[in-house]
Design a protein around this ligand. Structure first.
Ligand code: SF4
Ligand code: SF4
Ligand code: SF4
Length: 203
């Protein structure tokens, strides 16, 4: 029986489920908390939830991008899940096909401009763009001429996310050199499995 106090299925920004995970209410019913997905994840991104997904979601799998990220070509978690809480995906289905089908999206990345080196400190950095695996890349730059403190001018590339291309893999968050709290972070919004957890205004 499901707990009425804690069966909270409203979207939560930090509940990023593995690719192929079914809608949250059904996910909570099906997931056995067996940890099989956690064992196979090659980057260790899948970790047991504490209270992020409510009391009922204790020990269910969520992605923690400070630990790992969802490897672009990997579909292992769905292939080992014994209950279908994470459906088994082919690589083609996960990555989509521009002509026919959208990729599976587990969240969307956002910049924290107060911490991002080019935005906050006029310092060059392209790490997140370099690692973004989508094609074309979800991260793109705007070149701007900045007036520096000493009066000189500097040409700088400032990054943006194209939410339509971002799959929420989290490698940008994982590799960002601002180590304690990355300047680009993924939240669950836009995840394929939820009709509710979508942006109201389409970017
Ligand atoms: S598909 Fe992503 S989340 Fe699942 S096991 Fe592979 S890397 Fe980990
Ligand atoms: S890697 Fe981090 S600091 Fe560098 S541009 Fe991306 S978000 Fe900014
Ligand atoms: S999460 Fe980051 S690296 Fe992954 S697709 Fe989105 S912008 Fe690119």
């Amino acid at each position: 029986m499901r707990s009425t106090i804690t069966s909270q299925t409203s979207p939560r920004y930090n509940v990023i489920r593995p690719p192929g995970a079914i809608a949250e209410a059904d996910f909570l019913r099906r997931c056995l908390k067996c940890g099989e997905c956690m064992k196979v994840c090659p980057t260790n991104a899948i970790q047991p939830a504490l209270l992020e997904a409510g009391f009922e979601g204790l020990w269910t799998p969520i992605l923690i991008n400070t630990i790992g990220y969802c490897e672009y070509n990997c579909v292992l978690c769905g292939s080992v899940c014994p209950t279908g809480a994470i459906t088994s995906l082919s690589v083609e289905k996960k990555l989509g096909n521009p002509a026919k089908q959208q990729p599976i999206k587990i969240g969307t990345a956002f910049y924290d401009r107060g911490r991002c080196l080019p935005w906050a400190m006029h310092t060059d950095c392209i790490v997140c763009e370099e690692v973004c695996p989508t094609s074309p890349k979800a991260i793109w730059f705007e070149a701007v001429d900045i007036q520096m403190r000493d009066g000189s001018t500097k040409r700088l590339k400032r990054p943006y996310i194209d939410a339509k291309l971002c799959v929420g893999c989290g490698i940008c968050e994982n590799k960002c050199p601002i180590r304690d709290r990355s300047a680009v972070r993924v939240t669950s919004i836009g995840e394929t499995r939820s009709k509710k957890n979508q942006m109201i205004l389409k970017p």
